[in-house]
Design a protein around this ligand. Structure first.
Ligand SMILES: Cc1cc2nc3c(=O)[nH]c(=O)nc-3n(C[C@H](O)[C@H](O)[C@H](O)COP(=O)(O)O)c2cc1C
Length: 339
């Protein structure tokens, strides 16, 4: 071990990286892939699982209303496989009965955990009273959690923001109520809904919620490096760390983080060939599910992240925007790194 890594290992007590359980579901390592709409579909989850081996993966949010009305697009989101377990399926909505019905459906289809979205701040979701809007409607939020806990036998968790805005910081009192109703873990993205992605996450709120409830807490917001994850665990006492944006095009961050938390050492970075191969695996898997052209169009913004920082990556990003076939994408990505 190098002097630097020995120092960081010393400042990163190993107990902070212990596996933990959500009900009967073991989360090992305590590194979790965040739900991201239009990103964490089955193809990306499987790439993350193979390469990053997170202790838990959360699906992109599924609209319970759309499920209720049998939307074909929503049924396409039921694309999980056993390879991704343990898998948490995230639901959004505001009608307790419709949410409970959806929870039963996803649990029947094999979800290991049902997660309720109380963090999404986008107007399309909040206008329905769903996502982070539930943080300012305690009565409905309580009814939603109660209905879902009663509907399924798998653990129910809630992903929240700190509150709606600085004048309405409701996550801690709500978590206390949800725990009484049977919620078995909480994820806190330590920003208010009004913040969107502005400013920085205030991890002190993760400590607050951890102190207020007895069930596991997953901390989230601005973890970009393994060192960030170690610092979040150490500073807040949370049980697990959730990583979102930093994993886009970089599923290695999950394994690097788990390794660092356990050993204080860094894994060697992936080679360019591994990065190109992972991008193609991601694309081919999505194409098998959505069709070739649809998958290429969908991933135009995401695939360039796999080769970020490599010579020729910006040119590849510009070219991929016009690609419509797997062969074109492959040719573009293979061109990266060629001087
Ligand atoms: C493209 C994108 C889509 C997201 N979609 C969801 C979602 O469907 N459900 C949810 O709870 N959070 C969603 N989030 C929020 C993330 O789960 C996470 O809380 C946030 O990105 C902060 O974590 P990070 O700093 O590690 O990215 C999304 C974030 C991004 C960037």
């Amino acid at each position: 071990m190098s002097t630097t890594s020995m120092m960081s290992a010393l400042s990163t007590p190993r107990h902070v990286a212990a596996p933990f359980s959500i009900g009967s579901i073991l989360v090992d390592p305590p590194v979790i892939l965040a739900p991201m709409a239009d990103v964490t579909n089955g193809a990306f989850r499987r790439v993350c699982k193979r390469i990053g081996k997170p202790g838990l993966i959360v699906t992109e949010q599924i609209s319970t209303m759309a499920l209720h009305y049998q939307s074909a697009r929503t049924w396409k989101m039921f694309d999980w496989t056993d390879a991704e377990r343990p898998l948490s399926v995230q639901l959004f909505g505001a009608d307790p009965a419709v949410m409970a019905e959806a929870a039963r459906i996803v649990a029947d289809r094999g979800a290991d955990i049902v997660d309720i979205n109380m963090g999404c701040w986008v107007p399309k979701v909040c206008r329905q009273g769903a996502g982070a809007a539930l943080l300012k409607d305690a009565e409905t939020a309580v009814r939603v959690v109660d209905a879902i806990v009663r509907a399924v036998s798998v653990p129910v968790t809630v992903k929240m923001r700190v509150g709606w805005n600085n004048d309405s910081l409701t996550s801690v009192p709500l978590a206390i109520e949800f725990e009484k109703l049977g919620a078995q873990a909480f994820t806190l993205h330590a920003r208010t809904a009004k913040q969107g992605f502005e400013g920085s996450a205030d991890w002190r709120w993760i400590s607050e919620i951890k102190e207020a409830v007895g069930v596991p807490i997953i901390g989230n917001g601005d973890v970009r490096t393994p060192e960030d994850a170690a610092r979040m665990l150490r500073e807040t006492g949370c049980d697990g760390v959730m990583i979102g944006r930093a994993a886009i095009g970089n599923p290695w961050i999950l394994a690097e983080t788990a390794h660092y938390l356990k050993t204080g050492d860094h894994l060697p970075p992936p080679s360019l060939a591994e990065r190109q191969e992972a991008a193609m695996e991601h694309l081919r898997d999505l194409a098998a599910h959505l069709g070739e052209e649809h998958a290429v169009r969908h991933l135009r913004g995401q695939l360039p992240h796999y080769v970020k920082g490599v010579y020729g990556a910006s040119k590849a990003r510009e070219e991929i925007v016009r690609a419509v076939s797997i062969a074109e994408v492959e040719r573009i990505l293979q061109g990266v790194g060629q001087v």
